[in-house]
Write a protein that binds this ligand. Structure first.
Ligand code: FMN
Length: 199
């Protein structure tokens, strides 16, 4: 398998994470920064912003998210997700993905495409970051703790971390050392996913 194929294969959702790594925060931040820099964006609009949160700030972040979500998350989902949120505090850190709405507004495309391209831009950065973490031997999950957004959740996270008001939160990626078993994954048939045309 090529190094790229292996990396792509090895990236999985890792829900049980810890803080057992020799990597420094600077090494992790540097790798993610460089990877995200080369992520393609629509018309090179570069609308995505990320915050890499470590240490005590990471614990504060997830305490805050837990605090907000306990009041707004449906009970069944709370049962599944509260452990993930608690677990995130014991990891190495969290990458939070945002879109800078000032940059999004300037995207040179038709208004009907802006929302789609904004999300595509952000998703590209999310996946690249996930691969970068995998390459570093770390694991994580992609979370959307955005329930309660209407109640100002996004605003309070930005206030907590001192981030610009115009950054719109899209997703969170808590990461750390891999401490659990990787679950089995089911796949649809390749032939259903990919059609090869011509020769
Ligand atoms: C767009 C998108 C949204 C996702 N949202 C969540 C989420 O909110 N919480 C979560 O635990 N996993 C989330 N995931 C992770 C997927 O459930 C996971 O990637 C999928 O089941 C395949 O498993 P794998 O990551 O181990 O390959 C999301 C993934 C994608 C691509």
């Amino acid at each position: 398998m090529s190094p790229l194929s292996e990396l792509v294969k090895n990236r999985r959702s890792q829900y049980v994470i810890g803080n057992n790594t020799d990597l420094t925060n600077e090494e992790i931040a540097e790798r993610i920064t460089q990877i995200v820099k080369d992520v393609p964006t629509a018309s090179n609009s570069q609308t995505t912003r990320i915050a890499i949160v470590f240490g005590e700030e990471n614990v504060k972040l997830w305490d805050h998210i837990l605090d907000v979500q306990k009041d707004v998350m449906p009970e069944e989902m709370w049962g599944m997700m509260s452990g993930v949120m608690e677990g995130a505090k014991g990891g190495v850190g969290t990458v939070i993905f945002f879109e800078d709405l000032d940059a999004v507004e300037k995207m040179p495309t038709s208004p009907s495409r802006v929302e789609v391209y904004k999300q595509n831009n952000n998703a590209n950065a999310q996946y690249a970051t996930w691969l970068a973490l995998t390459e570093l031997g770390l694991g994580g999950t992609l979370q959307h703790m955005n329930v309660g957004y209407e109640q100002g959740f996004d605003k309070s996270v930005k206030e907590l971390l001192g981030l610009p008001e115009r950054w719109e939160m899209q997703a969170q990626m808590p990461f750390g050392s891999i401490e659990g078993e990787t679950g089995a994954k089911e796949y649809i048939a390749d032939s259903e996913r990919v059609v090869v045309i011509g020769n």
